[in-house]
Design a protein around this ligand. Structure first.
Ligand SMILES: Nc1nc2c(c(=O)[nH]1)N[C@H]1C(S)=C(S)[C@@H](COP(=O)(O)O)O[C@H]1N2
Ligand SMILES: [Mo]
Length: 491
């Protein structure tokens, strides 16, 4: 191949680089926020407390319910705002920023790829000969002698390999491991997370990829500053070399812009989370609906896959009403089905047992990050739907719990289409035993394409509604109301 002569960096390339950095910083900080909700990483989907390969918490958490029910909300850590977006236990906010940024990061990346390959710019990045490796070794020796100004076209072999690796390997790897954590994707394509040997491995790899990005950014910026700073700054921002004074000026301005965006996003998330939940939701939600609306669960794990210790979330109900029911082994329990239906009715435990039992072995994904596989036995939501006959204007199904948290009844609303999925069931058995109290006795919801928080435990009643605006704080569920989670719980 002849020697390519490159011109200055084109505007689109410099612009894409700038946009990329803005969103990468956002993704890293919001990702760390998401990590803080379960600051433990595992190599197995059983995610047994104590078996993590790394943890960022000193809190005690026991894998048994003998003395009391430990709930996974107790595992959340409060990370500082300089580190995570927005910090201080705000998983909901972290997720909104992460998903918002990912849309634009991928879009920017896609445009960048297209322009790269429709121009000759790709030839700066993509090595076209194996000689790159001996050359890189040679360059390494020069680096070792503190000679960092190795000339390339414009990159030296080490730079070329590093940039190629980050752009064409690490970037796609982060998308692939991120997608493997989605319960909707894993439910529809159970083989997909298996490529990574499960969601916990994907989560661990996603974390290591983030560490890779951070290291790359630190080294990249250091090298830009240590090797011919004015020329580099000029190339990155103006497309051509410039003087030291101007270089320092643009660098300072650039750092300021990135910082200002971070400070603003952090502040607004802490001060007005509802605003962020709604505004970012407008962007994220339609896309999520297009991607996941049709996704149904095709999971069927083996009995041997069942997780020995299945975490619980949410403390069991403390009300007298529930305790009385429990004392009488739920003989007096009656679940009410009502709202926009032709035929409201009530169900007792005896009624439940007379209805055809569905059994499924599925993987549970808590929004905080842990997973567990369990076998669930119960009745299909389609039974409820066919029996109560929802009216034409019934769009959502609301599940109310016996449980109250700080005076508010736990509930979650789901779209009626979701309720019709064949693996959406009302479970009264877990792993072949009657459902125990920590996991939702006498009956809990299972929706296998969603995150755990939608699966209401200790169910008291079911209501069909046209809108959830007048229920609770109107956001579609207790967690959406109080923790600003996103109602679309497929990722
Ligand atoms: N009533 C009620 N249901 C609830 C919760 C809760 O706090 N209260 N927590 C949810 C969350 S966040 C998860 S991950 C699952 C956990 O189910 P498990 O306790 O059976 O593991 O229950 C969901 N259902
Ligand atoms: Mo959860």
């Amino acid at each position: 191949m002849g020697i390519m002569v490159f011109n200055d960096f084109p505007f689109w390339l410099r612009f894409a680089h700038f946009i990329n950095l803005i969103f990468i910083v956002m993704l890293i900080r919001s990702g760390i926020e998401i990590l803080s909700a379960l600051p433990k990483l595992y190599w197995h989907d059983n995610a047994i407390p104590g078996k993590e390969w790394i943890r960022f918490t000193k809190k005690k958490f026991l894998p048994d319910f003998k003395k009391r029910v430990w709930i996974s909300l107790e595992e959340e850590e409060s990370f500082p705002s300089w580190l995570s977006l927005p910090g201080h236990k705000n998983l909901g906010m972290g997720r909104h920023w992460h998903f918002f940024s990912i849309i634009f990061w991928i879009l920017n990346g896609a445009i960048y790829y297209i322009l790269l390959f429709t121009s000759n710019e790709w030839q700066r990045l993509v090595p076209t000969s194996w000689s790159i490796f001996p050359q890189a070794f040679h360059t390494m020796m020069q680096y070792a002698n503190f000679n960092f100004t190795v000339h390339g076209n414009p990159y030296d072999p080490i730079q070329q390999l590093a940039y190629f690796g980050v752009i064409f390997i690490l970037g796609p790897f982060m998308i692939a491991t991120g997608a493997a954590m989605s319960p909707a994707i894993g439910a529809r394509f159970p083989w997909y997370p298996k490529i990574f040997r499960g969601r916990q491995v994907a989560r661990s790899l996603h974390f290591l990829g983030m560490v890779g990005f951070v290291l790359f950014i630190i080294i990249h910026i250091s090298m830009v500053m240590l090797t011919n700073f004015p020329e580099n700054m000029g190339n990155i921002f103006l497309g051509k070399a410039t003087s030291l004074g101007i270089a320092i000026g643009i660098f300072a301005l650039f750092v300021l812009v990135v910082l200002a965006i971070q400070v603003w996003a952090t502040g607004i998330s802490l001060r007005n989370p509802r605003f962020v939940q709604h505004k970012l939701g407008y962007v994220i939600e339609p896309l999520r609906r297009i991607l996941f609306r049709k996704a149904i669960s095709k999971q069927q794990f083996l009995k041997s896959d069942i997780t020995p210790f299945f975490r619980a979330n949410g403390y069991p109900p403390e009300t007298k009403e529930y305790k009385d029911l429990l004392e009488n082994k739920f003989i007096n329990w009656k679940m009410k089905v009502h709202g926009l239906v032709e035929n409201p009715f009530e169900l007792s435990l005896a009624d439940l047992h007379a209805i055809k039992k569905e059994i499924q072995i599925t993987e549970h994904s808590c929004i905080q990050g842990w997973t567990a596989i369990g076998e669930w036995g119960g009745i299909s939501m389609n039974y409820i739907i066919s029996r109560c006959k929802p009216l034409a204007n019934a769009r959502y199904v609301v599940f109310y719990s016996y449980q109250y948290t700080e005076g508010e009844q736990f509930y979650e609303a789901i779209h009626i289409e979701l309720a019709k999925h064949h693996q959406t069931i009302l479970a009264y058995e877990m792993n072949g035993e009657p459902l125990d109290v920590p996991h939702g006795a006498p009956m809990r919801l299972r929706i296998e394409t969603q995150l755990g928080f939608k699966m209401v435990k200790w169910i008291k009643s079911i209501e069909f509604v046209s809108s959830y605006q007048n229920i609770g704080k109107g956001q579609g569920g207790h967690r959406e109301d109080n923790m600003y989670y996103d109602m679309g719980a497929g990722i």
